[in-house]
Design a protein around this ligand. Sequence first.
Ligand SMILES: Cc1ncc(COP(=O)(O)O)c(C=O)c1O
Length: 392
Amino acid sequence: MKFSSLTQRIASEGAAAWDIHYRAMARQSAGEDIIVLSVGDPDVDTPDVIKAAAIDSINANESHYTDCQGEVDLRTMIAQWESERRHSNITAAQVVVQAGAQCGLFSVAQCLFEPGDNVIIPEPMYITYEAVFRAAQTEIRGTALKAENNWAIDIEDIKAKIDEHTRAIVINTPNNPTGAILSASDWQQLAELAVANRIWLIVDEVYSELIYEGTHQLPLKVEGIDQCLITINSLSKSHAMTGWRLGWVTGPVKLVEHLSNLALCMLYGMPMFVQRAAQAAFRDHQSITETMRDTYRARRDVAVNTLRAAGVPLAFVPPAGMFLMLDIRPTGLTAERFAEELLAAEGVSVLVGDAFGVSASGFVRLSFCVSRSDMAIAIQRLSRFYLKQTET
Ligand SMILES: Cc1ncc(COP(=O)(O)O)c(C=O)c1O
């Protein structure tokens, strides 16, 4: 039987990168002593107050179809939270609830782009982006970042890549995999570029609540930016809710109307109990996110200190996010060999940097999704393996 060409565009090569992770998980489930640093899924439980809200909703038989844009109570809370942190006025009409940021990204791409369009994205980039934009038949113009520059975005290169078919600049900050965040001047220049060229500035900010040093300030003072700015966020990382699939998009009302139409024919509304859980998450937003931030910061510190104590060079300490990129080029191994042999020799799984783009080849990505004690053990093992390679 025949399938559409879409099926080829969504069959991303990125999927192969997860192979090592799945093997590590299988061995861990079989009782082997494996520490998994290859995934960004928090090991932390969803806070009880959030779970209770979902259970109450189920018990109250809130089991019906919901508003496809998202329940207005929830959108109002999201709009309030967004307005407070941006010091500007975002209304519930500018918010559409989605099944996670992933669904938000996909929907935005579907509503904005057509064959022949291109988008500019700093690379390394999150693994699913390739399939998301390919599905929308949009060319990705990667702008390669350098570890030597602390993975900072290259405004001049972005400028040089803009042409008459460019429809958007897509920024993920704090970044997965690098943990880098944008500086105030980066934000300013990006916003000016977007406005001057009449292109969208799409910001994936799923790690915005996990900043340890520095700030995340959207460039709202640039005149005209409100017409170009789209933000995509979720509760996945900030509230340990990856499996609940609750995210949202903010942007101009017209875009939100289009996204709501797409949600109508694709999603038909998010479950009410998930939206009630999300409301509870927003009610206790500050205390929950503070706890998450402290948890991941402490793990990041354990990872960094353990690497340094062992004498493994680490040029860039991620100021945010859930990941650390380790330069393994001094070992003489490819990232793939390093990851495979590390798993075999020490029972630690990491993700190969190449999965995020060529500029991350020679790096492996470690996640902060294990306890501090496991993190210390994993990094000691990894350091032992790393140093053995550099000795030989
Ligand atoms: C950069 C980035 N964007 C989007 C997502 C998807 O998040 P969600 O669980 O909200 O769909 C992830 C998940 O790891 C991510 O790292």
